[in-house]
Structure formats: structure tokens, C-alpha cells
Design a protein around this ligand. Structure first.
Ligand code: PMP
Length: 452
């Protein structure tokens, strides 16, 4: 894959200057950032105006599950734009119902009704609203080491430092510890212990909060941004059982883990669990047009059969977004993308990352599945002390910054969060691309090793 444009540094400088003049960026000190000016993207790659090409091991924000500019999805968006660009959500539109059908057929169990949103946070907001109205209760339990979005309730539910500055201490959000054996909150040394203690801790949390006040428990099926911690066998089934026992709505957030990322359509399939509500976004249409949603169980959908659902969005089920979803799902079926993600993870990406961990003192743990992997970087493999302190910034974060710069120098755009790098390429990444990414990571980890 080569850039389709000739290098044009002057044009790049102009794009950057215009950005600096008027664009206010997410999560950033506006005066401290220097965003790369991107000239184009295709498949697993993007390139800048200086002629540098990068292999995208971030899939954007973990959403371009079929890569950039897939011609069938681009064509579907163009055809829909020519036919009916937009129409309000209260009407029945062919492409909207087709997207809902294709999604409902792939979500587990009886999650057969789809409420469309514009992204993940809105999906979480609406899942919480549905759970509260369905149960008549108000509290929601969420995990530390989680991310659920940046809108009001979603950021409150989030269990990482991005919450700190905007946390209103919103009534009803209670956080608990979910399992994470490598840095076990329960001092466990085996997966069985971790699972058992995590479930006991959740039971205690519920007992002390008051079961009859708890509307929902929300978990990422496999927590993403917080570190790709695959839950131990039995944990999610245990949470399901606890929810059933207390009449609590079980919400699985698959905004990041859904649509092939883990080598299944939805990660819940790995654990044989069916939540009451499942949130999705990102990979549903490879992020080509903003789309998210909530897949709703028959029981919760029935709550709103005779009683109105008091929530809605102007662009709910936007035809362009739905056309992109229909085309993306068809592409993933035709190209067997989900099976490919499972296979490449099992045979090339996972083994390749484990091999890197053996050779590099800075890699403490490799964990993941499908095309959803994290390298936990450490100062010391024995003590597991993270390569940088929790929530490090500036000088304290220098080792991770040096790692990132080295990866980019070797043509790899890395995902970096705290002391971790995540290998999250497109689900249709080729074997050659994975090998190229592993070679770049190998070189960049050499730089991280200098800080151990
Ligand atoms: N939930 C999870 C698990 C996510 O990873 C994200 C986004 N990274 C969100 C919710 C929020 O999605 P959005 O940014 O589309 O609002």
C-alpha cells in the first residue's frame, strides 16, 4: 500500500496551521499538542503530507475494524446519499430496519430490538436509562479500570482518571473491582481465586449498597482502554447469576470489544453469557459514519411496549450510518473477517507478541484475544512495577513517550495508554502487516528496555 498523493509538506503545514487556529481537540492541553496532518488512509495504513506511511495498530480509536476506505462501504454510503441522505427517526426506513435486523441477528440470545445512537457514550446513557426505568431503581455499579464514554453519566461510570475532572459524584454510581489477575485487587494468584474473590467482592458491594436499590451492573465484556483484561472463566456467568438473583439488569458494554475485535461477533460469546442490554458502536460500521446503539432483551423491550420510552436522538438510526453498517456487516460476512481476526490472533499476532515478551525485559505481560492485545510494560518483571507510574504525565511519562516515538520512527502508529501499548489492528489485517507491526514493536521495545 503506497500513498496515493505525492508528498507535499507545504500543504501539510497549511492543514496543521488551520487545525491549530480553530480546532479544539479532545483530551488535550490545546497549546501542548502537535497533531499529525493526515493526507490519506487505506486498509491498515495512513500517511502524512511528508510521505511518511504508518501501519495503524490503533484502528483509529479501535474502530476501523475493516480498515480505512473499504470500497464496498464507501460505495454504499454514496449510494444511500444519492437515494435518501437523511430522515427523522420516527419513520420506518428500509436501510435502518435492515441494519437493525443484521445487528440483532448477530447479538447473543434474545437481544432483538435495537435502539440507535450516534456513538458509544450515548448508548451507555440510554442503557442506564432503560435499566432504571425497567427496575424502578437508581444505582448503577461499574468497575474500576473501565471506560464507558465522556458524556455525563458515561464518564461517571468510567473507572479511570479521565473521570476525575468531570466527576460530579453523581448519585447512584458505585464502583467495584473487576478481576485482573496480573495486578490482582484481591491478592489472588490463580484465575480460580481471582474469579471467586471478585464475585464475593461484588456480592459484598451489593449487600452493603442494598440490592433493592441497584438498577444495573455495567461491565465491558473485555475491558478495552483500561488494559484488555480478559475475565477469568466463570466470572461473567457468575455476574449473570448474581444479577438474576437480585433482579439487577446486566449491561455488557461491547462498544470496543464488539463486531469481530475478539474473533467473535460479540465478546460475550466467548463466555457463554447473554446480558439484558448490550451497547455497541465503533466497529458496527468501521466508524465510517457515527453510529452506536443498545441491543435490548425481549423482557426490557416489553417494558416499553405500552409505556413510552422517554429518550431519543435527532440522528438516531441515520440512513448514512445505517447504510455503512449494512455494508460493513455484509463485507465481514463475505470476507469472513471475524474468523480471520480469530485466526490471525491465535496463529500470528498473539504468538508474535509472546515471543517479544520473552526477549524484552520491559514486557511484563501479554494478554488478549483476536486482534485485541495489550503489552503491560514494566520496570521489573519480578515486581511488575509499571514502566511509568499510574496516570503519569510530562517527565514521569518519558519512557512511554520514547517508546511511542520509536514505534513511529519504524512506521508503526501505536496505541498507548499509561504503561501499556495495545496491538489493535484492523480485523482484516494481513499476516504480512502483522509481521511488519511486530518488527516495529520489537525495535520500539528496545527503547522501552532502556528504562527497565
Ligand atoms: N464504551 C467503551 C467500552 C469504549 O471503548 C468507548 C470509546 N472508547 C465508549 C464506551 C464511548 O464511545 P464514544 O467515544 O463513541 O462515545
Amino acid at each position: 500500500m503506497t500513498p496515493h498523493v505525492e508528498p507535499d509538506p507545504q500543504a501539510g503545514a497549511a492543514v496543521k496551521a488551520a487545525d491549530r487556529a480553530h480546532v479544539f481537540h479532545s483530551w488535550s492541553a490545546q497549546g501542548m499538542i502537535d497533531p499529525l496532518a493526515v493526507a490519506g488512509a487505506e486498509g491498515s495504513y495512513f500517511w502524512d503530507y511528508d510521505g511518511n506511511r504508518y501501519l495503524d495498530f490503533t484502528s483509529g480509536l479501535v474502530y476501523t475494524n475493516i480498515g480505512y476506505q473499504h470500497p464496498r462501504v464507501v460505495a454504499a454510503i454514496q449510494e444511500q446519499a444519492a437515494k435518501l441522505t437523511t430522515f427523522a427517526p420516527a419513520f420506518a426506513i428500509d436501510v435502518r430496519s435492515e441494519a437493525a435486523r443484521l445487528i440483532a441477528e448477530r447479538t447473543p440470545g434474545d437481544l432483538d430490538k435495537i435502539f440507535f445512537t450516534n456513538g458509544g457514550a450515548e448508548a451507555v446513557e440510554n442503557a442506564v436509562r432503560m435499566a432504571r426505568l425497567h427496575t424502578g431503581r437508581h444505582k448503577v455499579l461499574s468497575a474500576f479500570r473501565s471506560y464507558h464514554g465522556a458524556t455525563s453519566t458515561a464518564i461517571n461510570l468510567t473507572g479511570d482518571p479521565r473521570r476525575w475532572a468531570s466527576d460530579t459524584g453523581s448519585a447512584g454510581v458505585v464502583r467495584f473491582w473487576a478481576p485482573f489477575l496480573y495486578r490482582s485487587p484481591f491478592y489472588a494468584t490463580t484465575e480460580e481465586q481471582e474469579c471467586e474473590r471478585a464475585l464475593a467482592h461484588l456480592e459484598d458491594t451489593i449487600a452493603f449498597e442494598g440490592p433493592a436499590t441497584i438498577a444495573a451492573i455495567i461491565l465491558e465484556t473485555v475491558p478495552g482502554t483500561a488494559g484488555i483484561m480478559t475475565p477469568p472463566p466463570g466470572y461473567l456467568a457468575g455476574v449473570r447469576e448474581i444479577c438474576d438473583r437480585y433482579g439487577i439488569v446486566f449491561v455488557l458494554d461491547e462498544v470496543m470489544a464488539g463486531f469481530g475485535r475478539t474473533g467473535k461477533w460479540f465478546a460475550a460469546e466467548h463466555f457463554d453469557v447473554v446480558p439484558d442490554l448490550l451497547t455497541f458502536a465503533k466497529g458496527v460500521n468501521s466508524g465510517y459514519v457515527p453510529l452506536g446503539g443498545v441491543a435490548i432483551s425481549a423482557e426490557i423491550a416489553a417494558t416499553f411496549d405500552k409505556r413510552p420510552y422517554p429518550g431519543g436522538l435527532t440522528y438516531s438510526g441515520h440512513p448514512l450510518a445505517c447504510a455503512a453498517a449494512v455494508a460493513t456487516i455484509q463485507v465481514m460476512e463475505d470476507e469472513k473477517t471475524v474468523e480471520h481476526a480469530a485466526r490471525i490472533g491465535e496463529t500470528v499476532l498473539g504468538p508474535g507478541l509472546r515471543e517479544l515478551a520473552e526477549r524484552h525485559p520491559s514486557v511484563g505481560e501479554v494478554r488478549g484475544l483476536g486482534v485485541f492485545w495489550a503489552l503491560d510494560l514494566v520496570k521489573n518483571k519480578e515486581t511488575r512495577e509499571p514502566l511509568v507510574p499510574y496516570n503519569a504525565a510530562g517527565e514521569a511519562n518519558a519512557p512511554m513517550a520514547a517508546f511511542g516515538a520509536a514505534a513511529k520512527k519504524h512506521g508503526l502508529w501505536p496505541f498507548i495508554n499509561m504503561n501499556r501499548t495495545h496491538a489493535v489492528p484492523a480485523c482484516n489485517v494481513s499476516e504480512a502487516e502483522v509481521k511488519e507491526g511486530l518488527a516495529a514493536l520489537d525495535a520500539a521495545l528496545g527503547v522501552a528496555d532502556e528504562h527497565t
